[in-house]
Design a protein around this ligand. Structure first.
Ligand code: HSE
Length: 343
């Protein structure tokens, strides 16, 4: 499977690390043989149609920007769209920073990949939060797959759990802690009485926060994830505009202390209620609720018709965790392609 990697930040570098390990192990899942044939970021690209070697990937990862300065395979100034259009590959892995205004540049990367017959794996919430139903249709029209497991729950397979493991049941409502940065901040504030600013700075240092941390703090990141869950899991055609959203900026140490006296704490909760209404807001929840996870952990509860409440907990952010979701999506595409060939 030939892969074009678009974006070489925390997640992009982790994708090369995870795939390089796969090369080394020669894992034969469904005949999966990943080859990164191009990496492109804002400065340009590195391209080797035969696949960039593990050593080359490691050198690029350690050196960082600009990757296009590579003496052997570098193409300074070459854009992602040029690469997607001209380099032969089966899949584009799109991991550029999130933009929730118009989804760009990821939106164009994804649609261009579709038009050139390439499957897409993305961790980018922007285009999905703005236009997931349209993108699914476009993928189908072009006979390619779009997968985005890493957009919700990082490495924790929340989308797959709901879609596959709860197939046959009906998901009536969803409630979750879906943002590691805000959960880390609220946990630090509640448990260690750390100030909001200090906790945010730590979350940024640890690489959890978005490039623009207001995405996390103001609840936009959680809102994007709730939109993706609503569309993918509950077939609700909602977009970011439909989400009633409040962030955590006004949560005080005093409010956390008051909640603690009642055996509760305050968490940023993303929810879709029984009527399909998406909301994001800080809420008091019991400390002994299965949803009440600490630090950077995420948790989601699916309220189902038959199986009752199902809660999934796991790491919701971090480069290597999210890269594991990319690999999961690549394997899923490989599996689907293999079964198509057999049928
Ligand atoms: N900034 C996000 C978070 C990263 O903190 O959860 C994963 O989407």
């Amino acid at each position: 499977m030939r892969i074009i990697l678009v974006g070489f930040g925390v997640v992009g570098k982790s994708v090369t690390a995870v795939l390089a390990r796969r090369y080394a192990e020669k894992v034969k899942d469904y005949g999966f043989n990943p080859k990164i044939v191009a990496i492109v970021d804002v400065d340009g690209a590195v391209i080797n149609p035969r696949g960039l070697s593990t050593e080359k990937l490691e050198t690029l990862r350690q050196k960082g920007a600009p990757i296009s300065a590579d003496p052997e395979f570098g193409h300074p100034g070459m854009t992602a769209l040029d690469v997607i259009e001209s380099v032969e590959a089966e899949v584009v892995v799109e991991v550029t920073p999130v933009n929730i205004k118009n989804g760009e540049p990821a939106m164009s990367h994804i649609t261009t990949a579709f038009k050139t017959g390439k499957h897409v794996v993305t961790t980018n919430k922007g285009p999905l939060a703005l236009a997931l139903p349209a993108l699914m249709e476009l993928a189908e029209y072009n006979n390619v797959y779009l997968r985005f497991s890493g957009t919700v729950g990082g490495g924790t397979p929340m989308l797959e759990f709901a879609k596959r493991c709860l197939a046959g049941d009906k998901i009536l409502a969803i409630k979750g802690i879906l943002n590691g940065t805000t959960n880390y901040i609220l946990t630090e504030m509640a448990q260690n009485r750390v100030s909001f600013q200090e906790a945010l700075a730590n979350a940024q240092k640890l690489g959890y926060a978005e490039t623009d941390p207001t995405m996390d703090i103001e609840g936009f990141d959680t809102a994007c994830k709730i939109v993706i869950l609503a569309n993918w899991v509950m077939n609700k055609k909602v977009t970011l505009r439909d989400v009633d959203r409040t962030g955590i900026r006004d949560v005080t140490l005093q409010a956390l202390d008051e909640a603690a006296k009642r055996g509760n704490t305050i968490k940023l909760i993303g929810a879709i209620d029984g009527k399909g209404k998406p909301t994001v807001k800080p809420m008091e929840i019991p400390k002994n609720s299965p949803l009440c996870v600490s630090g950077v952990l995420n948790a989601v509860t699916f309220y189902t018709e038959f199986a009752g409440e199902q809660t999934l907990v796991g790491k919701g952010a971090g480069g290597i965790e999210t890269a594991s979701a990319v690999l999961r999506d690549l394997l899923e595409i490989r599996r689907r392609l293999a079964s198509k060939m057999l049928s």
